[in-house]
Design a binder for this molecule. Sequence first.
Ligand SMILES: [Zn+2]
Length: 300
Amino acid sequence: MVIILATLLEVGLNLKSTVKFAIGIPWLAVHSFARCPICSGLARTERAYGRLFRVCLDEEACGFGWAGDFPNWIARMGMGLTGSWGGLEQGGQREDYLVRSLSGLGQKSFLLLGVGATRVFRVLKRDGFNVEGADVSVEVVNHWRQSFGDSFFHADNLRSRGKKYDAIICCEVVEHWLKPNEEMQTIRAALSLNGIFAGCTNMRTPHEAVEDGTSPGYMAALGHQAYWTERSFAALAGRYSLGQSAFAKMLKPGVLDGVPNKRLFFVSDDSGLIDQIRKIIPEDGVIPLDAKSYRPNDYT
Ligand SMILES: [Zn+2]
């Protein structure tokens, strides 16, 4: 009996991996000759976490990696009220840190794009920041509109609103992008002339395997479709007149030691602003922000 149960369990586990792989096969057939959507370089196929990825491999490769086994309509549903921080009105320290830092450098109006139901929106509103929020999840939009009305809206309406912001913040969003060019273009259109786009994601190192141990598990999540390098992200931003960039490392929230594999990114057309940001990044490149100790009265 035990053997039968164990066998069934093993088949179940293998089935999950097999299904993921089976979804990847037709995608691979379509994309066999695909070129990198960022730099048009040649790409190799790589299997990681039971999925298939394309990784840009030209000599001067931008290193961008992407999957394609997750339909855009599901990606556009967002993460709902659960979010990535453990539930309704939890977390958001990284957005908080970015808004307060950029406010200190003179940016005045902020959009938290893809912020979900994290607590940061309420904290920043309470503290009087000129901040609006947007998300692809209808239930998230409904949640915030009960308290804050029109200052929280569906992300699909960003362009039609026609409003410009000094800073757009996207934390744990850009790895979900299936259409990076469209997404960056939309963000550029919603930024003021010297505006800045900032946020965080895990980034990979060009020429290293997708599943390389420095960012364990990150691309195992099916919703994670785009695996950026600093070079590929800067190249995409540059295409949409956000040609100045700065990057900083950060430990994964809640982790006090280990590889600082989380990246903060800052892209803008304002070289003076990016220079100022470079000055506030510590010499070792690692931002000393840990969710366990950051503004404990607001977030724990
Ligand atoms: Zn590329």
